[in-house]
Write a protein that binds this ligand. Structure first.
Ligand SMILES: Nc1ncnc2c1ncn2[C@@H]1O[C@H](COP(=O)(O)OP(=O)(O)OP(=O)(O)O)[C@@H](O)[C@H]1O
Ligand SMILES: [Mg+2]
Length: 651
């Protein structure tokens, strides 16, 4: 065993987090630590690293075991060092060796006859090699790049980076240290899809054991071979991935429920007996002993699944005009990194836009531009009566840690009374005394709920949400998606949760070549459309080749025909039948050429990105295009048949 909990009980005041929990982490374990928001996952990691001490039981750790721990909250760590240097902090031993070697080298310049010194020097060089000292630079760069840093970023000071990027630097440093056990508290929250995929691959080949807290089903399914669930103050261990856990939990719950019902039957029977015995003086002793038996009985709890249901209900106070916001000729770049170039777009009332695209394309930047939280060139014009609310990516960091939950709500500028705010907080599962909890002690999900409550209290008719599902447990994500669906206002959101996007958006925006491209449709439709376009492109390539082959054939035939018709004119007597067919032939030829012109025009239309802004128009054009292609095939056949007839008649 590397590290583990032995019969551990831990509580915050009266609030029990775990009772009598035992869990050992073995070499090679890949564990997903799961549970609803606020059940105590982060707390358990803190118990493991010794930040908290159990009130009962013990934390056991192998003497040699090294641990790397990544916080859920971004650390307030700040430094002028470059991110490369910060990450290279992983190699303290190498750094110390390098320094020692340098000093020894200097001494050797004067004491070159000191054999002991020379021996030490060469020993240290050897140590450096054993410690992988010559590859650390390269390895650090590789990891940083995997996590999304461009080469030119590596020398920039750490403190210039936003929270999410800082977290990646710390993550890089930690995985470079290669501890025996990695404890990662929601590492995917601040990552986009490509970085998540990179992390997946990296962790799959990681030598040590890994414990990951995550609310991401897909990630867990790929990453872990064991699930530990914090549920009803106990740790439940499942030896499989998330899918296995789901199935197995259902079975366990069913079994428990059966056992519970059986026990309840048994209790009722005995209670009836006790009642009867009590009535007779002669049986009183038996009643007594039965009662004792019942008292001693270890009660099985009902297995009905307990789940926290937050009640999210976005409301709108004022109706806005038809247009929510228009963006005109937006230009934005960071130094020489271009984000948006002459971008224009419009947000209409009723739009629920998902802004998608790879890391670094500027999704959050664009959102901040719309929200007015970022400088830019160009115009952003609000429509009539728009009341907006912005949920920024690092919203949680914007909460005042020293406030209580209630204070935080009171300070956010709504005109609500304390009573009303308490009621609202109740919907977010903060009841009674909870509202006096300091923001500082809240779990990630609880902070997210406070931030969401702040958005809701504003009753805005336009929401800008940057990664709103971060920190929320799967069940709460579901509830949030439902609430956004029912929301009467308009919204634009950034999310890397494909499931969430597909449940909420009716329009897709994507930044392509620094322009804002719009697709009117759901995420599902967008995916299908993309597949269709890719297929069509492939088919078109084939078709074009066939068309070309045919054209060549036809034109050579035409050449022949020209020659032969010349011959006809001069030497062969005019045949009426032939004349008729020749006229038809000419028409057929004209028809083919007319259709080809049309086809070229439609092709040009389809090649213009603007067309994708309007799904209807796009679909119609696409239909016409397919239609024309069919007509061309028919017309060409006709043309060829006629040509053959002419040939026949002429010979
Ligand atoms: N120092 C503290 N004092 C009092 N209560 C605390 C303290 N730290 C955490 N809590 C409470 O203990 C509970 C468990 O918190 P923890 O952060 O471990 O949850 P979690 O399972 O990690 O949740 P999440 O999924 O939201 O991150 C929460 O209700 C939290 O408010
Ligand atoms: Mg947590």
């Amino acid at each position: 065993m590397l590290i583990g909990l032995q019969n551990v009980t831990f509580e915050f005041g009266a609030r029990v987090i775990v009772e009598d929990a035992t869990w050992h982490i073995q070499p090679g374990d890949r564990v997903g630590l799961i549970g609803y928001n606020g059940t105590g996952k982060s707390t358990i990691l803190k118990l493991l690293v010794g930040q908290y001490t159990p009130s009962k039981g013990s934390v056991e750790k192998g003497r040699e075991t090294t641990i790397g721990y990544l916080h859920q909250d971004l650390l307030s760590f700040d430094t002028n060092e470059s991110i490369l240097e910060v990450a290279m902090g992983a190699f303290e031993k190498v750094k110390a060796l390098e320094k020692e070697i340098e000093e020894l080298g200097k001494r050797l310049e004067t004491e070159y006859e000191n054999e002991d010194l020379l021996l030490l020097y060469s020993e240290r060089l050897h140590d450096l090699e054993v410690a992988g000292g010559y590859t650390v630079h390269h390895r650090t760069e590789e990891v940083l790049q995997g996590l999304g840093f461009a080469n030119e970023h590596l020398q920039r000071p750490y403190k210039e980076f936003s929270g999410g990027w800082r977290m990646r630097v710390l993550l890089a440093k930690m995985i470079l240290q290669q501890p025996d056990v990695l404890l990662l508290d929601e590492p995917t929250n601040h990552l986009d899809l490509p970085s998540i995929e990179w992390l997946e691959k990296y962790l799959l080949h990681y030598q040590g054991s890994v414990v990951i807290v995550s609310h991401d089903k897909f990630f867990l399914n790929r990453m872990v071979n064991k699930i530990v669930e914090v549920y009803q103050q106990e740790l439940h261990i499942y030896s499989g991935n998330y899918d296995y856990y789901e199935k197995e939990k259902e079975i366990r719950v069913e079994l428990q429920q059966k056992a519970y019902e059986n026990q309840q039957d048994y209790i009722r029977q005995n209670e009836r007996l006790i009642e009867r015995f009590r009535a007779k003086a002669s049986k009183a002793a038996m009643a007594q002993s039965l009662m004792k038996k019942l008292d001693k009985l270890e009660r099985i709890e009902t297995a009905e699944i307990e789940r926290p249901n937050i009640k999210i209900n976005f409301q709108v106070e004022k109706q806005p005009g038809k247009i929510i916001a228009s963006l005109k000729h937006i230009n934005k770049s960071f130094g020489d990194i271009e984000i948006v170039k002459n971008g224009s777009a419009e947000i209409d009332r009723g739009d629920k836009i998902a802004l998608i695209g790879a890391n670094g394309k500027g999704k959050s930047t664009l959102l901040r531009i719309i929200a007015g939280a970022e400088t830019f060139d160009g115009d952003r014009v609000w429509g009539h009566n728009v009341e907006e609310s912005f949920y920024a990516q690092h919203q949680l960091e914007a909460l005042n840690l020293n406030n209580t939950i209630l204070q935080e709500m009171l300070e956010c500028g709504s005109k609500k009374t304390e009573l009303e705010l308490r009621a609202l907080l109740g919907c977010f599962l903060f009841s009674g005394d909870d509202t006096d909890k300091k923001i500082r002690v809240l779990s990630g999900g609880e902070k997210a709920r406070v931030a969401l409550a702040k958005v809701i209290v504003s009753k805005s008719n336009f929401l800008m949400l940057d990664e709103p599902t971060n920190h929320l447990d799967m069940h709460s994500v579901e509830l949030l998606a439902d609430a956004l669906n029912k929301y009467e206002g308009s919204l634009i959101l950034v999310s890397h949760d494909r499931y969430f996007i597909s449940k909420t958006a009716n329009k897709i925006w994507k930044i392509v070549d620094h322009e804002i491209k719009e697709f009117k449709g759901t995420y599902q439709e967008w995916v299908e459309w993309n597949e269709r376009m890719a297929k069509q492109k492939a088919d078109d390539g084939k078709q074009k080749k066939e068309d070309n082959d045919k054209k060549q054939e036809v034109s050579s035939k035409k050449l022949e025909e020209n020659i032969s018709s010349k011959n006809t004119n001069s030497s062969v007597p005019i045949n009426k039948e032939l004349q008729k067919i020749q006229k038809q032939f000419q028409k057929a030829e004209e028809e083919v050429s007319r259709l080809n012109t049309l086809k070229a025009k439609l092709e040009a239309d389809l090649g213009n990105p603007d067309i994708y802004k309007d799904v209807n128009k796009f679909q119609q054009t696409e239909k016409e295009y397919n239609n024309i292609k069919q007509q061309i095939t028919l017309a060409t056949k006709n043309y060829e048949t006629l040509f053959e007839k002419i040939m026949e008649l002429e010979n």
